[in-house]
Ligand binder design. Structure first.
Ligand code: FAD
Length: 402
């Protein structure tokens, strides 16, 4: 049986960053990272908007706020060091009418309280200079928001792990965790593996993996929310110079459909947020009976549905009707036409939901004696990945010492 000091489960940005951080501090540890897919970053880390967020949206003092503000800084420094390209193209968050101004002002104050640099409240004239095709009467301009290809970041994290002696084992699905004394046996599809310490970063399956280790459970469950993007026809890319975002609904953890320039020069419009019928269901018609059953038999799901049914139905309708999606997008870019939009990629967000129906807003990490589980790492998890990793390793470092 293979034996390691530390095993990290999950080869997304959080798992990779955590394994990297462990080895950066203690290169003598025997570490393996287990990933069920043939390659790393096949799920959220390979299906996101590619934005380096600055930390405007998050409740001051929350893990998200701290990790995003520091994560933005560290991501840029890491990319500079490793020659990974990014573009600080900036972003505008636009208020469409008077009714959105108080929320825009709150957002500005929040961002400022979080220590986000360079935020500016701008009027229509400046907005037209920055984004000639955007609607809006007032906006927040965030000049330091950037874009990146997170795929390159995952490869750089993986290189660091291997260079420091860590192993990345793909095609290895963890199906059980058995704790005995100072050791945990990971039951996997390639055989049992023993570890002194286990850190799980399972994204869309984080609740299932955490539940494998038994013990106290807070009942939090992952509900998958799919987001589909449209891509602007190449001749229409000039309509979006950087990133155009709405003022988000404060009751909802998602930012609302927006326009995002990508490192490949494309412009994506989306993502919306609809309940996915499969945790890894990137297509509208993909159904996994186990995943759907888990959502529908979870009391928290129905409590959430009662609260958000109106928003949920509208999102579903837009998902199936391109015309309705276009109507939403045209609120922010009135000159947009249906034939400007081509079908684009999709992503599925792992959103933790508590038994009382509340969408868990902040990052959530649970620690056991010889195990740590990342239970919720939604956006801006990519931006914040190195800081989340540091937070995890700060807590467990004493227990890892060789
Ligand atoms: C549509 C979308 C847009 C987003 N946009 C942004 C953005 O612009 N900026 C930003 O900062 N963040 C963004 N995010 C959030 C960001 O992508 C996530 O926070 C981050 O990728 C989470 O990384 P992770 O490692 O936790 O999860 P994942 O990347 O999902 O990785 C989890 C890994 O665990 C593996 N795994 C699961 N179960 C097992 C098992 N039993 N055994 C072995 N391996 C297992 C999976 O295969 C997977 O590779 C976005 C997310 C989505 C979905």
């Amino acid at each position: 049986m293979k034996q390691y000091d530390v095993v990290v489960v999950g080869g997304g940005l959080i798992g990779l960053a955590t394994a990297r951080e462990v080895l950066k501090r203690q290169p003598d540890l025997r570490l393996a990272l287990l990933e069920k897919e043939p390659e790393i970053a096949r799920h959220q880390s390979g299906h996101n908007s590619g934005v380096i967020h600055t930390g405007i949206y998050y409740t001051p003092g929350s893990m998200k706020a701290k990790a995003c503000v520091a994560g933005h800084r560290e991501m840029l420094a890491f990319c500079d060091e490793r020659g990974i390209q990014y573009d600080l193209c900036g972003k505008v968050i636009v208020a469409l009418d008077e009714s959105e101004l108080p929320r825009l002002q709150n957002l500005y104050e929040r961002g400022t309280a979080n220590g986000v640099q360079g935020l500016e409240m701008i009027g229509q004239e400046r907005l037209r200079e920055l984004e000639p095709y955007a609607a809006g009467i007032k906006a927040i301009h965030s000049p330091n928001t950037g874009i990146i290809d997170y795929g390159q970041v995952t490869c750089a994290y993986a290189d660091d792990i291997r260079e420091n002696g860590g192993e990345i084992i793909t095609n290895c699905k963890v199906t059980g965790l058995v704790e005995h004394g100072n050791t945990t046996t990971l039951v996997t599809t390639i055989g049992d593996i023993d570890a002194e310490f286990v850190i799980t970063c399972g994204g869309l399956h984080s609740d299932r993996i955490a539940n494998m280790s038994g013990g106290e459970s807070d009942g939090v469950q992952i509900v998958p929310f799919r987001g589909d993007y449209y891509v602007l026809r190449p001749e229409k890319r000039h309509m979006c110079k950087s990133l155009i975002y709405p003022v988000p609904d404060p009751e909802f953890p998602f930012l609302g459909v927006h326009f995002t320039k990508t490192m490949r020069g494309e412009v994506w419009a989306g993502p919306n947020a609809v309940l996915a019928f499969a945790r890894e269901g990137y297509g509208r018609w993909q159904v996994n009976p186990r995943d759907l059953g888990a959502a529908l038999t979870f009391g928290g799901f129905w409590k959430m549905a009662r609260q958000y049914w109106r928003t949920g139905m509208a999102e579903m309708y837009r998902d199936y009707s391109k015309g309705a999606y276009l109507t939403e997008l045209r609120r922010y870019m009135p000159a947009l036409r249906g034939d400007d939009l081509l079908p684009g990629p999709s992503g599925v967000r792992a959103q933790a939901l508590s038994p009382d129906g509340k969408l868990v807003d902040d990052f959530l990490i649970k620690h056991g004696e010889r195990v740590a589980h990342v239970r919720n790492a939604p956006s801006p998890g990519a931006t914040s990945s190195m800081v989340i990793a540091r937070m995890i390793v700060d807590t467990v470092e004493q227990k890892l010492a060789v």
